[in-house]
Design a protein around this ligand. Structure first.
Ligand code: XMP
Length: 513
């Protein structure tokens, strides 16, 4: 039995981020919708409750709510944003529309360095995102911190151990959010931190076992990237050879990828591995396609067709395993049918047909990349595999602006090989999230051997990121850039210009398409 924190999801974009922060403190957390919260609060091991933010107004008709009893569960409670406002309305406080919205970085002055703000600077920066504000505190509560526009930046009742924040401590922009959450979890809830990545691995393995049952078989889309490799390890532990890994050579792979995956998997895994030659099939389907979303859909469709065909080889392959991560999910689909904009259809989320007739096995769906790497290590995957830079499911196609002809993909593959080799030769890849080449679709005039050329322009893209959701561009050394530029021009005839992409995310995305 592990110590447990209950997170009640009022519909915030950041709920899974709260869960992740709690995991970072090695505490097990469970995210539940409001209607399941009271029951969940009665189960063993409960050490505290966090109420998430949400888009509604706590005083509005039909706003999400909970039985007030939950505040008497005998454990500390932390309300965040809407969670704070709900606490006020549920007790005898009052929430009203604010005169002005507070959004983004905000200066917070701490007035009470009690249990929640122990060790936090008196003057700090937090991330606010709210329109409503608390007008009257519930009885027994006091102000703990304020901002210029919000006298009730944080409130609390030490006797009842109920605390609430108008800002978001879970978001990286809140300078001391980590300290505040640590104070809540370790200090106020007295969690000792008994939940390790190994426990998480065991839990995920058990869930796959339960989902698939005694007889079920999984067809696993193995790309050779970190995510699907970790899913492979989980599924193998869960059901052994009833997991059939399918590696598709779609002609959009990096140089050396196929050989690497083949060797690595045969060395480290006992699962059943099949490599499917599908280069022609994919490139034929991509002929004439230039629109990025259409490309993604075409590729996603073809993958699924292959997995379906492969599934027919096995008696009970009713499950499709994929390495979908949480950031893929939130950028590809409007979560909970809400207003989140679709940025791009990550091929393993947005491109599945309605008539798939296979259940998805996605054990990493609520995790972030660095957590997946840690899981990979716990599961015994080699460092070379776990530390690899991410590579998108649609492969080189989303780095080849315009049509994906065999010739252009060949050029890009060569340029990408050069970029990787030069970064790695100088250890400039260390700490860099991704570094690769892009065929930009632009053509430009050049001169080579006294002849005019009119050829493709290639971009070098290197970014630093923690989770792929935001990213900063990286400035390689002049030597590295020079070596890349010379080598690409010499070894990729058809490219006569090399440029450096200096766009962060946002406003750009990491991949070009
Ligand atoms: P973007 O381009 O959206 O990429 O800023 C964020 C991260 O996701 C990777 N990416 C993908 N991964 N399937 C994947 O498995 C996809 O369709 C896909 N598209 C982008 C990208 O490489 C970056 O790390």
């Amino acid at each position: 039995m592990h110590e447990r924190i209950l997170i009640v999801d009022f519909g915030s974009q950041y709920t899974q981020l709260i869960a992740r922060r709690v995991r970072e403190h090695q505490v097990f957390s469970e995210v539940v919708p409001p209607h399941k919260a009271l029951d969940a609060s009665k189960q063993d091991g409960l050490k505290g409750i966090i109420l998430s933010g949400g888009p509604a107004s706590a005083y509005a008709k039909g706003a999400p709510t909970l039985p007030t009893e939950i505040l008497n569960a005998g454990v500390p409670v932390l309300g965040i944003c809407y969670g704070m406002q709900w606490i006020c309305e549920a007790l005898d406080g009052k929430v009203v529309p604010g005169e002005s919205r507070e959004y983004g970085f905000t200066r917070l002055v701490v007035d009470d360095h009690g249990p929640l703000f122990q060790g936090v600077a008196a003057d700090t920066v937090v991330w606010m995102s709210h329109g409503d504000r608390v007008e009257k505190l519930p009885s027994g509560f006091k102000n703990l911190a304020h901002s210029d526009d919000c006298p009730e930046g944080a409130i609390g009742n030490d006797d009842k151990r109920i605390y609430a924040l108008q800002f978001h401590p879970e978001v990286g922009h809140t300078q001391e959010g980590e300290r505040m959450l640590e104070n809540f979890l370790r200090g106020i809830c007295q969690c000792t931190g008994d939940w390790t990545p190994r426990d998480l691995a065991e839990e995920l393995i058990e869930k796959v076992r339960e989902q698939v049952g005694e007889e079920g078989e999984i067809v696993l889309g193995l790309s050779g990237g970190v995510d699907s490799s970790v899913v492979g390890a989980i599924c193998e532990r869960a059901i052994g050879k009833r997991c059939h890994a399918i590696f598709v050579d779609n002609g959009l792979l990096r140089a050396g990828e196929r050989e690497l995956v083949d060797t690595a998997f045969r060395e480290h895994f006992e699962l059943d591995l099949t490599t499917v030659d599908a280069e022609k099939r994919f490139l034929d389907k991509l002929a004439g396609v230039t629109d990025p979303e259409t490309k993604r859909k075409v590729i996603g469709y073809e993958f699924v067709e292959i997995f379906r065909e492969q599934a027919k080889r096995f008696k009970n392959a009713n499950f499709l395993g994929q390495g979908t991560l949480y950031p893929d999910v939130i950028e590809s689909v409007a979560a909970h049918g809400g207003p989140t904009a679709v940025i791009k259809s990550h091929h393993n989320v947005g491109g599945l047909p309605d008539d798939l007739e296979m259940d998805l096995v996605e054990p990493l769906r609520l995790l972030f990349k660095d957590e997946v790497r840690e899981l990979g290590r716990v599961l015994g995957l080699p460092e070379a595999m776990v530390a690899r830079q991410p590579f998108p499911g649609p492969g080189l196609a989303v780095r080849c602006v315009g049509e994906c002809t065999p010739k252009r993909i060949g050029l890009l593959r060569e340029a990408d090989r050069v970029v990787r080799e030069e970064f790695e030769a100088r250890d400039e890849h260390v700490g860099v999230w991704q570094y690769f080449a892009v065929l930009t679709g632009a053509q430009s005039v050049g001169v080579m051997g006294d002849q005019r050329t009119y050829e493709e322009a290639c971009a070098i893209r290197a970014v630093q990121s923690n989770d792929g959701m935001t990213a900063d561009w990286v400035y390689p050394t002049r030597e590295c850039l020079q070596a890349i530029s010379n080598r690409i021009i010499n070894s990729a005839p058809g490219i006569n210009r090399v440029v450096l992409d200096i766009t962060s995310k946002p406003p750009g995305t990491i991949e070009w398409e």
